[in-house]
Each structure stands twice: as structure tokens, then as C-alpha cells.
Design a protein around this ligand. Structure first.
Ligand code: 5GP
Length: 171
């Protein structure tokens, strides 16, 4: 399956998780082997000169882990607050719907490492910006952010101004 066909499997779900939100559901991509491979390969192809991958809780874990494995790299989970046993740093962020905190594990990024940040969807950009903040708090260098899908109208891109941002699809 080519990338265009793979991305066409993403489905729009109105009023989820709240009325007025149009949710982009990537689960058909995850569940279709050829689509998952096309998307993971395309994401991996955006990375250059990267030492490790940060994957964002929760759907970013699928793509981040697969991309890291395909490139022979490790993967570091940035998680919603309260999930990590040894916390190295914490950052607050606002979501399209609500606010939350992200945490990064202690002692897994080496100072100066070039880190790719991976997630499924870029909406307002708050989550990705917080993940970048955590990488830098841990003394890593953000090599770039790669997501499957960007919701153009929410302009998350502007929250990441000055950073390398790759998105496979903009809706
Ligand atoms: P942001 O912080 O950019 O507003 O929201 C992005 C985060 O929320 C990502 O971690 C993403 O998984 C989740 N998210 C927000 N909107 C959507 C959506 O429409 N579809 C999916 N799959 N995730 C979303």
C-alpha cells in the first residue's frame, strides 16, 4: 500500500471526545499491516542525524516505538503525569480539550543527544511543545518533531516555530 492510500484510512469522528470536536481516528492505520508499514517508513524517512526517539503518550507510542525499531534506535516514553516511577521533569500543557501535565523519565536521555519527538496528531501543538520542553530540560537537543497528521486550522505549527516539523498529512 502506498502512503496516500494508508493515510486515507484515517477516519473523522464527529463529537469525540466532546461535542464540537472532530476526532481524527488513526486506529485503522494501526490495524492494517501494509498501512502501518507505509506510515512508519515515511515517518522514519523524515529523521536524519538522530540519536534517540521520544514517543508521546499514548498513540505516539505505537509510531515512536516502530520508527525507533526500524532505525535501530531506542525509544523514550513521555507520559501523562503519575505513570512514570522515576520522573526527570514535568511540563504543563493545554489541550484542544482540557489541560494536563507530561513527564519524562529520569536518566534516559544523555546530554547532547539529538532527539526526534513522535506523535500521531498535532492539534494545538501544546503536547508536542511540552514534550520538546522536557527533552531540553533533560539536556537533549530536539532534532525535530514528526507526526502522522496535522490539524491545520488549530495552527499547532506556530507553537513549534523555529523547530523542524514534519507531518505526513495536513487536514
Ligand atoms: P495538541 O496538544 O496538539 O492540541 O493535541 C495533540 C495531542 O492530543 C496528541 O497527543 C494527540 O494524540 C491528541 N489528539 C488531539 N486531537 C486529536 C485527534 O483528533 N485525533 C487523535 N488521534 N489524537 C488527537
Amino acid at each position: 500500500m502506498d502512503l496516500t492510500e494508508a493515510l486515507a484510512l484515517i477516519r473523522r469522528v464527529p463529537d469525540f471526545p466532546e461535542p464540537g470536536v472532530m476526532f481524527q481516528d488513526i486506529t485503522p492505520v494501526l490495524g492494517t499491516p501494509s498501512a502501518f508499514k507505509a506510515v512508519v517508513d515515511a515517518m522514519a524517512g523524515t529523521l536524519d542525524d538522530v540519536d534517540t526517539v521520544v514517543a508521546i503518550d499514548a498513540r505516539g507510542f505505537f509510531f515512536g516505538a516502530a520508527v525507533a525499531y526500524s532505525l535501530g534506535l531506542g525509544v523514550i516514553p513521555v507520559r501523562k503525569a503519575g505513570k512514570l516511577p522515576v520522573v526527570g521533569g514535568k511540563a504543563s500543557y493545554s489541550l484542544e480539550y482540557g489541560t494536563a501535565e507530561l513527564e519524562i523519565p529520569a536518566g534516559v536521555i544523555e546530554p547532547g543527544q539529538r532527539v526526534a519527538v513522535i506523535d500521531d496528531v498535532l492539534a494545538t501543538g501544546g503536547t508536542a511543545a511540552a514534550a520538546c520542553e522536557l527533552v531540553e530540560l533533560a539536556k537533549g537537543e530536539v532534532a525535530g518533531i514528526t507526526v502522522v497528521l496535522e490539524i491545520g486550522a488549530l495552527d499547532g505549527r506556530s507553537r513549534l516555530a523555529g523547530r523542524k516539523l514534519d507531518t505526513l498529512l495536513t487536514v
